[in-house]
Design a protein around this ligand. Structure first.
Ligand SMILES: Cc1cc2nc3c(=O)[nH]c(=O)nc-3n(C[C@H](O)[C@H](O)[C@H](O)COP(=O)(O)OP(=O)(O)OC[C@H]3O[C@@H](n4cnc5c(N)ncnc54)[C@H](O)[C@@H]3O)c2cc1C
Length: 363
């Protein structure tokens, strides 16, 4: 069996790792060049994501994920704009972290991707454009510049703006929620540590304005290797941002982020202004609308390509869970389309339940 995977984000490489362990051929095609894989911010991986990595990765790579993850803090807190704690949720460290329930991890996304991509057959600079279902039941993927690849199954792991979803499921809708965000990171120097609220050094904290603005902040302190930093996001209603924010250069985006919270505690804009300009990016919060299961063909989808959700700290784990589940279904001996149908039925169920949950928790 030859599997073509589009997208070397999180779900794509994990599926390729699992298939490789099971002796199934898989090639990953990634639009970015190998030297462009910069997304170095901190993400939280919920337990089902850790479990999927435990299932799919060779033990030494899983061990490396754990070794390079962040030191856990004591919990998460909500602060007001003057940095007073208004809610505190302490999360005890579980003694059975290696047990069947999986564990919460915080990871540096760039470090995680480097580990997930270890040893894989990845074609970088390959921008997928369209697919064709072939008369013999196989599928051909076509790339910008005229290259193509044929396989038994094409897997979309190409994220929120998935071109595969657009072709396979033109009825699928991804809605803009009207929330915009700028995010970046600031290295944890002594100066920055002194500016940060203690809550940002000890877990995750969310500064919440009463006007729809919010600012998550969390230090990433590597257990091993790496330079510690604090990840920050400023977000809120689109109308509160400069209309042209998405077109600004990264220095100007960083300044727009600092201005966004300029009437809050001065430490917050100071931390932003000390941020690495190259780490600053703009994004919008989007959510996929639930859709009926379609007729299964040798093209399927995982992660943000099918169930984009607004950020609530779980979508990466759901994408990794998809990869683990699809790998299991493909390697347990069923006919290919039956395996894919079984995967899709289960994935649509828990994936869109999580989309609904993320919308509800964001209020
Ligand atoms: C600032 C920020 C913080 C976040 N924090 C968290 C968090 O704490 N916890 C959490 O659970 N989630 C978090 N998320 C969301 C999480 O990153 C995504 O849910 C997750 O990355 C989805 O993984 P994926 O593999 O489906 O897609 P992605 O990681 O988006 O990967 C898609 C890949 O496909 C490639 N691609 C796209 N189009 C093409 C094409 N045409 N041809 C070839 N390749 C293509 C892209 O270059 C990319 O490498 C965060 C997101 C952001 C932006």
């Amino acid at each position: 069996m030859d599997i073509i995977i589009i997208g070397a984000g999180l779900a794509g490489p994990l599926l390729a790792q699992g298939l490789r362990r099971a002796g199934v051929g898989a090639t990953v095609f990634e639009r970015d060049r190998a030297d462009q894989l910069s997304q170095g911010y901190r993400i939280h991986i919920a337990p089902e994501g850790e479990l999927a990595m435990r299932d799919c990765l060779p033990p030494e790579l899983h061990a490396e994920v754990l070794a390079t993850s962040g030191l856990p803090g004591s919990g998460w807190r909500v602060l007001d704009p003057q940095l007073r704690t208004i809610q505190e949720h302490l999360v005890p460290q579980r003694a059975d972290a290696d047990g069947p329930g999986g564990r919460h991890l915080t990871v540096d996304r760039q470090t995680l991707r480097r580990i997930l991509l270890t040893g894989l057959d990845v074609r970088y600079g390959a921008a997928f454009e369209r697919f064709a279902l072939l008369p013999d039941g196989r599928v051909r993927a076509e790339f910008a510049g005229g290259a193509s690849a044929e396989g038994d199954l094409l897997v979309a792991a190409d994220g929120t703006h998935s071109r595969i979803r657009a072709q396979l499921l033109p009825q699928a809708r991804v809605i803009e929620t009207g929330t915009w965000e700028l995010y970046g990171k600031t290295m944890l120097t002594d100066e920055v540590r002194a500016l940060l609220p203690a809550a940002a050094l000890d877990g995750f904290c969310m500064v919440a304005g009463g006007d729809g603005r919010f600012m998550p902040l969390a230090a990433h302190r590597f257990r091993f290797g790496g330079d510690d930093y604090v990840m920050w996001v400023v977000g809120g209603p689109a109308a509160r941002f400069p209309a042209d924010v998405s077109t600004l250069d990264q220095h100007a985006m960083r300044e727009a982020a600092a201005q966004f919270v300029t009437d809050w505690h001065p430490s917050l804009s100071a931390v932003v202004r000390l941020g690495e300009p190259g780490s600053v990016h703009f994004t919008t919060a989007r959510t996929a609308q639930p859709l009926e299961h379609w007729t299964t063909v040798p093209v399927t989808l995982m992660g943000d390509a099918i169930h984009t959700m607004i950020p609530q700290g779980t979508s990466a784990a759901v994408a990794l869970r998809d990869a683990g589940l699809l790998c299991r279904r493909l390697t347990e001996g069923a006919a290919l389309l039956e395996a894919v149908r079984a995967y899709e039925t289960e994935m649509l169920d828990y994936g869109f339940a999580e989309v609904a949950r993320s919308l509800k928790s964001a209020g």
